[in-house]
Ligand binder design. Sequence first.
Ligand SMILES: Nc1ncnc2c1ncn2[C@@H]1O[C@H](COP(=O)(O)OP(=O)(O)OP(=O)(O)O)[C@@H](O)[C@H]1O
Ligand SMILES: [Mg+2]
Length: 227
Amino acid sequence: MIDLIEVTKSYGKGLPALNKATVHIDKGEFVFVVGSSGSGKTTLIRLLLKELDPTSGSIVVGGERLEGMKRSRVAKYRRRLGVVFQDFRLLKDRNVYENVAFAQRVIGRPTRVIKRRVPEVLQEVGLADKYRSFPDELSGGEQQRVALARALVNRPDILLADEPTGNLDPRTSEEIMGLLEQINQRGTTVLVVTHNKDIVNAMRKRVVTMNEGVIVSDEKEGEYHEA
Ligand SMILES: Nc1ncnc2c1ncn2[C@@H]1O[C@H](COP(=O)(O)OP(=O)(O)OP(=O)(O)O)[C@@H](O)[C@H]1O
Ligand SMILES: [Mg+2]
């Protein structure tokens, strides 16, 4: 599903942010990406989203080679990915329903489809009863659930999460990670960047560890290593 072959990304002088990274992720996998601050995790996510292009190396996602992809194709490609961030990035002046529906409107889904799909995905993330609330009226964990619903509403093949529990307390973090696990069990390939050592060690998933742009370990049922 995701193939990086010797991918290097340099922003300028100095060490590259990503240095000859090679990794293969199969459809349906759940992968944690860990590593100290500045080790290149967000750079990896942005390369997968094609917000950045590698300096060298190649990336193939879901059979599509990202290099040289036409701009018109990039928008379609991105629909295959759902993404969530530490800071939720919800529209503050729209309620929960509208935040999720928006992702369907921009790709031209008809209202009748939206009306069916949005409640369904809100149910999946456990927020069915909050659809009229505004982001400011929700807890951090609830806001992240909305962000997850928005990421999932168009049924992506891959969910990318960049420190999704970075702003949440330990218990809420566990709930969100549990939800990511459920989403994965329903067939979505999930890649989670995290600093949450306890959760990584408890969940026993594949763990890719980065240090200064280099993938220094990649373990099945791995543990959190301080690089
Ligand atoms: N837009 C940019 N321009 C220049 N340098 C950048 C840019 N984005 C990231 N970098 C540099 O690339 C390196 C990797 O950054 P990246 O954001 O990928 O790290 P990270 O692993 O996500 O760190 P954190 O855990 O703090 O989020 C860092 O040295 C950073 O300063
Ligand atoms: Mg980062």
